[in-house]
Design a binder for this molecule. Structure first.
Ligand SMILES: Cc1ncc(C[n+]2csc(CCOP(=O)(O)OP(=O)(O)O)c2C)c(N)n1
Length: 514
């Protein structure tokens, strides 16, 4: 059995069902040929960066690292944006690229680039596929191990020696968080993506104290429950629960809280403790944690938290105040989000791009589960919502996936929309357009800088979408949005909706929020 046959068998054996990428005429094509013996679907993307994003999202949703393939040099270079997103967002994936082996003579220069330097900042590390490993399983376990992220497996023709295995992670020493919790009167929880990876939603849903999540972990506590306080960003203003409810607490309990998952990390007004799986002095310093315990102590922490009760009225009052402001006014993104939520009675997945609409969405949308909300919570990486939504929709076609993007995010990966059409995915792409980069324009207006580079000349993509042969609608009112959503059914495949909003109220809709 050849190295590549073994690799294919291992990929299938590991439970991988979908592989994304663009092959070349070398080993990647041979690998895909070997994979055809197995029920593993290959999705040809138009850009390797999209493939890495899609593989990473498959990893985020399934807990099992995704797989993306590319050729060497330019193929891997094209994969970098996707690896960067997955590195920022901690999505696990194994990128597989063709490569020159380490001892290849300088005469072999075709498409040759320094892969080590290329991927250094956006992967946990790289290894060659060699006769005696590390094989796919070891690489995938490395990608999934805390902190998750991308790893690179290079196909260099089996000429390399066995390389060392994967480095073990270091774990913090134990600490008695229960002592802090039992001494507190008003402990409050902020849960990060760690709580998703460790499967702690039930423990969070059961509490009767205020529970926030980071944006990246939105839905880890069911946001329809009365103690779910919404998102903690570190940057919320007077209308947000993080500004109103958080100051009432006398202890903050982070469940995998990390500076990487908030916009502004700073010490809290009261003592704070955290559960985190790896030693990270920077994390402890950023929030001034008095103690950090590893995940094995979580059960005792949740038991201690379950004995406490306070703050539900405060959470409700604060959420009410926020919703009154956002939903009470004219037809702007907040009302559109609520119409979408209602149209599917919550059985829908939202994937948000970045922009002012996203800030509104992360506060007003209520997600019942962590796998029903996705966004680039850490990187705020513009444009990635489309490949993220495609991967989510391929992963789970049972419920609609709604991708919401702005004028900036719609363009970068637009060609990938073809994948939605080919697969008849239950995906609705919504463009919320105000004709500007509103989130950047705020700075221009404030400091009288130029608005020209932030003004979109022809913001409609309607005819482009019609060119993909999908249903494309332009709606200007709440009623029209309601109607278009009600007319769509999950079996008809993808749809595009464009919602133009008046620029001025759109610009100021974040007042009091961020
Ligand atoms: C890859 C990337 N490039 C640039 C930015 C900076 N950026 C953040 S939001 C934004 C504009 C978003 O504008 P739009 O999509 O129209 O949404 P709006 O702010 O108008 O709601 C830009 C350029 C980014 N976050 N990511």
């Amino acid at each position: 059995m050849s190295d590549l046959e073994r690799l294919a068998r291992e990929i299938y054996g590991f439970g991988i069902t979908d592989v994304f990428g663009i092959p070349g005429s070398g080993q990647t094509l041979e690998l895909l040929d070997c994979l055809e013996q197995y029920p593993v679907k290959f999705h040809l993307t138009h850009f390797e960066g999209a493939a890495a994003i899609m593989a990473g999202v498959a990893g985020r949703l399934s807990g099992r690292p995704g797989v993306a393939v590319s050729i060497k040099g330019p193929g891997l270079a094209n994969m970098i944006p996707g690896l960067a997103l997955c590195y920022l967002e901690r999505f696990p994936l194994v990128a597989i690229a063709e490569a020159y082996h380490a001892q290849a003579p300088p005469s072999q220069a075709h498409k040759r680039m320094n892969h080590a330097a290329l991927v250094e900042a956006v992967t946990k590390g790289r290894r060659y596929l060699a006769e005696r490993g590390p094989g796919f399983t070891e690489m995938a376990e490395w990608a999934a191990a805390e902190i998750p992220g991308p790893v690179l497996l290079e196909l260099a023709g089996g000429k390399t020696e066995r390389e060392c295995g994967v480095p073990p992670a270091t774990c913090p020493a134990g600490a008695d968080l229960v002592k802090y919790i039992s001494q507190a009167k008003r402990p409050l929880v902020i849960a990060g993506t760690l709580a998703l990876r460790y499967g702690w939603p039930d423990q969070l849903n059961r509490l009767s104290i205020p529970v926030f999540s980071t944006v990246a972990a939105k839905g880890v506590v069911n946001e329809h429950l009365p103690h779910a306080a919404g998102v903690y960003t570190g940057a919320g203003l007077e209308l947000t629960p993080e500004k109103n409810v958080l100051p009432m607490a006398d202890l903050i309990v982070g469940i995998g809280l990390h500076p990487n998952e908030v916009l502004a990390a700073r010490p809290f007004h009261c003592p704070a403790v955290n559960i985190y799986p790896v030693d990270d002095p920077g994390c402890a310093a950023a929030f001034n944690f008095a103690a950090t315990a590893p995940p094995r102590e979580a059960a005792a922490v949740f038991d201690a938290l379950a004995r406490q009760s306070w703050g539900l009225e405060a959470v409700q009052a604060s959420r009410h105040k926020l919703e009154e402001k956002l939903l009470g006014g004219p037809f702007l993104p907040a009302r559109a989000f609520r119409i979408i939520e209602d149209a599917f009675q919550g059985a829908v997945r939202l994937v948000l791009d970045t922009g002012n609409f996203c800030t509104v969405g992360e506060h007003v949308w209520r997600s019942s589960r962590g796998d029903r909300f996705l966004c680039s919570g850490q990187g705020r990486y513009m444009g990635v919502s489309l490949p993220m939504g495609l991967a989510a929709s391929l992963y789970d076609r049972q419920i609609p996936t709604v991708v919401v993007t702005g004028d900036g995010g719609i363009g970068p990966f637009l060609a990938e929309m073809k994948i939605a059409v080919q697969n008849r995915l239950p995906l609705i792409l919504i463009l919320m357009t105000d004709g500007y980069f509103a989130s950047i324009r705020g700075r221009a207006l404030q400091d009288r800088l130029t608005e020209k580079p932030l003004t979109i000349a022809a913001p409609s993509w309607l005819s482009v979408m019609e060119g993909f042969r999908l249903r494309a609608e332009r709606v200007k009112t709440a009623e029209a949005l309601h109607r278009v959503l009600a007319e769509w059914n999950i079996n008809e495949g993808p749809m595009y909706i464009e919602i133009p909003f008046p620029a001025t109220p759109y610009q100021w809709m974040l007042r009091g929020i961020r």
